[in-house]
Every structure is written in structure tokens, then in C-alpha cells.
Design a protein around this ligand. Structure first.
Ligand code: MTE
Ligand code: MO
Length: 524
């Protein structure tokens, strides 16, 4: 309707999130979304775009790029952007706010997959060099921007809790810290996409960030127990013994086995865990505000996040501001779609509802560093010195075709299962030996929590097989003899990793946990 009024960008800017009448721009049109905010499925996160263009947000929440959403929006159109503020029919690029402009500065050593939103993993040699990953090197997995919470106002940050009967209770961060005992838990977070690039290389194209072996890190988390807070908020449930699998409670109280705890964060990310995990006294689920003795860094959820040990990290919701205990799983796409796995034949658009959402994760392992020959003798292996180094042999042994090799890596299993054994092969899986598990947990206080929530680091020193006549690789420098190192771990339930990624291939590239292989071509 060309008779509608024209507005300048400056007019629209007045109608930001603090205005009683928030406006947004889409294309060259202006919309008054006052009546939409309450009905918006994603909640008031839409206000993040108020006063400017909604387009950069729809580029992130791509679900909006549909006729259906545009039809809804058309109901709220109130006018057009004045031609004076348009370039090629749209507001000029520099007039559009960058949703990521407040994102924190990151450590340059991180290997970045995407900048906006930020997704990055530590370089392999730093990943597990120490048992606890330093905060600034902990992998970062953000679906959207990093919400801004001023440090001075962090204690006022509010967490709302809604119970199955609809009752709500609100806690500020200050109250959580004051009213509940503090707990510390040492736990790994691992993204379901870790090692996805491996699956792609071996088994074919996968959708999603092409992570290396580093979408996993380990930290000591500090916070209050979710179970304590839920009980204080008034959650009463059956003890589970009188419940049935079909969700009928015999006691008259809501059935523990049928409920879910939905988490959501300030930027509208959300997911859920079963209530049984949330209230398991040995489950160690935290509402965390500390990480490795420091306040949570902004990238990792400042000022408050859920930490769900042993469970896929997608459930450890950052910038946590709402918890709903419900008989349904979270309705978010991260619960109902993205973090599920499928059969090798199911393709990129599978039957989403039929698959269960990921919670506990399977056993995995990876090689993070390999040193061969002179590298070792020159003292490049950080955990090898003195007598160990002399044991590796002197230069005269170098005349033989055998080369010393030193290997390091990690192994991890979800659900609090420990690592029983790590097998390593230096000849592509023909012969095996066992790696040495690093004793990181024997010092008092080193591994806090009721179960094995941390990774196990491992090391191995051996001799590469004679490479004469083995796998030959041609490169610019000539022909090289190579061998493939392989690692696989077994957890304490005797689960072990699948041999290849082809058998567990899924178009989403989730849970790429096959034996990890690294090809080594020493100069010889
Ligand atoms: N929470 C919020 N609010 N937003 C997010 O994008 N990403 C999830 C989870 N929690 C995410 C979130 C995913 S998929 C992972 S793997 C972990 O956070 C990553 O946590 P980290 O960045 O602290 O390593
Ligand atoms: Mo993730």
C-alpha cells in the first residue's frame, strides 16, 4: 500500500526494545510488532531487533525465511523507509546493526570455524596439554550472539523457574549464591559435532560445522545444584518407585519419569534434559557461575549456565534465564531436530520425531599430538624428559628404519562412565598395544563429582614399524613411506568405538566416534 507513511531510520531507532511500541524493518518496510511480541514463538528475543532491521537476525534464525513468517509480519506493516535512507531498496548496510558487535575478544590461538556466530576449537596440542582446559582455550559453540550482561549487574541476573502446576519462582544470581550450598564438579563438555570432519572425510558429506577433534574441553565448574533449587522452588514429584514407564504416577504427584527440565538462555537458545537426570543426587547437574576458579567467561555463559555432566553439551544451556519443568521436552529446534542422530540411509531430511534426542553420549577418543624421531630426541614432547627421553634411543638407532614415536590424546565416555582402556595401533590396526592412562584424578580435589565426568588423557611411546614397502605417499618432496596410527577406547561398561564412520554415518554428522586414525609420514 503506497499510501502508507514514510519513516526515516532515525524514527525507527526511537522504537527500540525499551519503547512501548517496538518497530522493526524488513526490506524497505516498517512494522509495529507491539502485538506480536507476546505471541512470538521465540519469546521476546525478537526485541533484540527492535529499532532496526530484523534481517541480520533472520539470517541467524533461518527458520524465519518462509512465506508463513512473512505473512504474519505483513499484518503489522505501518509504513516504508524513506527513500533518502535506502540504497538499492534497502537500508544501507552500515545502518543495519551487527548482532555480533558486542561479542567478546577471543584468544588468537583458537582455531575458528565461523566468526559470526563464533565457533572455535583449541589447537590440538593445547587441547589436552593440561587436564583442565584453560578458559581462554575452551572450545566455543555459539548459535547466536553473546548476550550482554554488565558485570556490575550480574548479581541481579534473574532465573525464572516454572513448575508443572504453573507456579513460578524467581531467583536472582545473588540469591542463588547466598541461599544454596556451592558445589564444584570437574566435567567435560563435548559437542555432538566434535570430530565431524573425520566422518566427512571417511564417509561423505555431512551438514554442520566441520569440527576437528577439539569440540571438547574439560573444566572445573562451580555453582549450585539444580536439584536443590528445584526443591526450594517447590517441585514435589513421585520418588519414581511408584511411577510407570508410560507416565502415570500412582502417588498422585507428577511422575518423575515423565518430566523434563527445559532450559532457555537470554538469546533464545533452549533445550531440555529428563528430570531424572536433573534430580539424580549423583548426577551433579549444576547452575554454574564459576569456571576453573574464575567467573564464567562471556563466551561460556556469563553470568549463569547449566552444566549437565556426562550429557551432550547442547543441553548445558548458557546465559540461562529460564527453567520450565514440563511433561514435554523443549520445543526448540535444538531439542527436536539438530541434536539427534539417524540411520546411514535417512538423508538430510529424516523423520525428526521418530529419533530420540541425544542425552548421554557414547565413548570416543582421539590422537591430539604425534612426535617422531629427532623431534622426540630434541625434547619437543612436553611430558617426556630426562630418563624417559634417553630411553628413546640415540642417533645411531636412527640408522635403522625404525623410528621412535610418541603419541598423546584423550578418551571420554558420557553418562559418568569411566575409561577402562585405550588401545593404540602403529600399523593401521593390524597390531595393538595399550596406551598409558594419565593419572589426573588421584590428587585430592582434582576430579570433583560423583561419577567419571572428566576425560582421561593418555600417552604412548613406541617404535614405528619398518616402513620399507608400506603405504607410499608421493608429495612435492618425493616419495614417502607412511603408516596410520589408530586409537580406540573402551569404557567401563565395555562399550567401544565403531571401527569406521561409514557404519555410523548420518547426514547430520553427529556423534562421529569411530576409531581415530592419523597418518604419519616420517622423513626417511
Ligand atoms: N547455550 C546457549 N544459550 N546458546 C548456545 O548457542 N550452544 C550449546 C550449549 N549451550 C549454546 C548453549 C552447544 S551446542 C554446545 S556444544 C555448548 O553450549 C558449548 O559450550 P561452550 O561454548 O561453553 O563450549
Ligand atoms: Mo554442540
Amino acid at each position: 500500500d503506497p499510501s502508507l507513511p514514510r519513516y526515516r531510520l532515525a524514527d525507527v531507532r526511537q522504537h527500540d526494545a525499551s519503547s512501548p511500541h517496538p518497530w522493526i524493518i524488513y526490506g524497505d518496510k516498517v512494522y509495529d510488532i507491539t502485538d506480536w511480541v507476546g505471541a512470538h514463538p521465540g519469546g521476546d528475543v525478537i526485541l533484540r531487533a527492535a529499532g532496526g532491521s530484523v534481517e541480520p537476525y533472520w539470517n541467524i534464525f533461518s527458520i524465519h525465511k518462509s512465506d508463513h513468517v512473512r505473512e504474519i509480519l505483513e499484518q503489522y506493516v505501518i509504513g516504508y523507509i524513506d527513500a533518502a535512507d535506502l540504497v538499492d531498496g534497502r537500508p544501507a548496510a552500515d545502518a543495519i546493526e551487527d548482532p555480533f558487535k558486542e561479542d567478546p575478544v577471543r584468544d588468537p590461538r583458537l582455531v575458528t570455524h565461523t566468526l559470526k556466530p563464533r565457533n572455535a576449537e583449541p589447537p590440538n596440542e593445547e587441547l589436552d596439554r593440561t587436564f583442565k582446559t584453560p578458559n581462554e582455550l575452551f572450545y566455543v559453540r555459539n548459535h547466536m550472539w553473546v548476550p550482554v550482561v554488565e558485570e556490575a549487574k550480574a548479581d541481579d541476573h534473574a532465573l525464572e523457574i516454572e513448575l508443572p502446576d504453573g507456579e513460578t519462582r524467581r531467583y536472582t544470581l545473588a540469591e542463588l549464591k547466598e541461599r544454596f550450598p556451592t558445589h564444584k564438579v570437574t566435567a567435560v563438555l563435548q559437542c555432538s559435532g566434535s570430530r565431524r570432519s573425520d566422518m566427512t572425510r571417511q564417509a561423505g558429506k555431512t551438514n554442520g560445522l566441520q569440527w576437528g577433534v577439539g569440540a571438547i574441553s574439560n573444566a572445573e565448574w562451580e555453582g549450585v545444584r539444580l536439584a536443590d533449587v528445584l526443591a526450594d522452588a517447590g517441585l514435589t514429584v513421585s520418588d519414581g518407585t511408584s511411577s510407570t514407564r508410560s507416565g502415570t504416577a500412582v502417588s498422585g504427584k507428577p511422575d518423575t519419569n515423565a518430566l523434563h527440565v527445559q532450559f532457555s538462555g537470554l538469546e533464545a537458545y533452549g533445550s531440555s534434559i529428563p528430570l531424572t537426570k536433573a534430580i539424580d543426587p549423583r548426577g551433579d547437574v549444576l547452575l554454574a557461575f564459576g569456571m576453573n576458579g574464575q567467573p564464567l567467561p562471556r563466551d561460556h555463559g556469563f553470568p549463569l549456565r547449566a552444566v549437565v555432566p556426562g550429557t551432550v553439551a547442547a543441553r548445558s544451556v548458557k546465559w540461562l534465564n529460564k527453567i520450565v519443568v514440563s511433561d514435554e521436552e523443549s520445543h526448540s529446534q535444538w531439542q527436536r531436530r539438530d541434536y539427534k542422530s539417524f540411520g546411514p540411509n535417512e538423508g538430510a531430511n529424516p523423520n525428526w520425531d521418530r529419533a530420540v534426542s541425544m542425552q548421554e553420549t557414547p565413548v570416543t577418543s582421539a590422537i591430539t599430538a604425534v612426535w617422531v624421531g629427532d623431534c622426540i630426541r630434541r625434547g619437543k614432547v612436553p611430558w617426556m624428559s630426562g630418563s624417559k627421553l634417553r630411553g628413546v634411543g640415540d642417533a645411531s638407532e636412527k640408522e635403522t628404519t625404525k623410528e621412535p614415536v610418541a603419541v598423546q590424546g584423550y578418551a571420554y565416555s558420557g553418562g559418568g562412565r569411566g575409561i577402562a582402556r585405550v588401545d593404540i595401533s602403529l600399523d593401521g590396526g593390524k597390531t595393538w598395544d595399550q596406551a598409558e592412562l594419565v593419572d589426573d584424578c588421584s590428587k585430592p580435589g582434582a576430579c570433583l563429582g560423583n561419577k567419571n565426568w572428566t576425560w582421561k588423557r593418555w600417552r604412548y611411546v613406541g617404535q614405528l614399524p619398518s616402513l620399507k614397502g608400506t603405504e607410499l605417499t608421493k608429495d612435492a618432496a618425493g616419495t614417502k613411506a607412511c603408516t596410520t596410527l589408530v586409537v580406540k577406547a573402551t569404557d567401563d561398561s565395555y562399550n567401544s568405538q565403531p571401527e569406521s564412520h561409514s557404519g555410523i554415518y548420518n547426514a547430520r554428522g553427529n556423534l562421529a566416534t569411530a576409531w581415530h586414525r592419523v597418518r604419519v609420514c616420517p622423513d626417511c
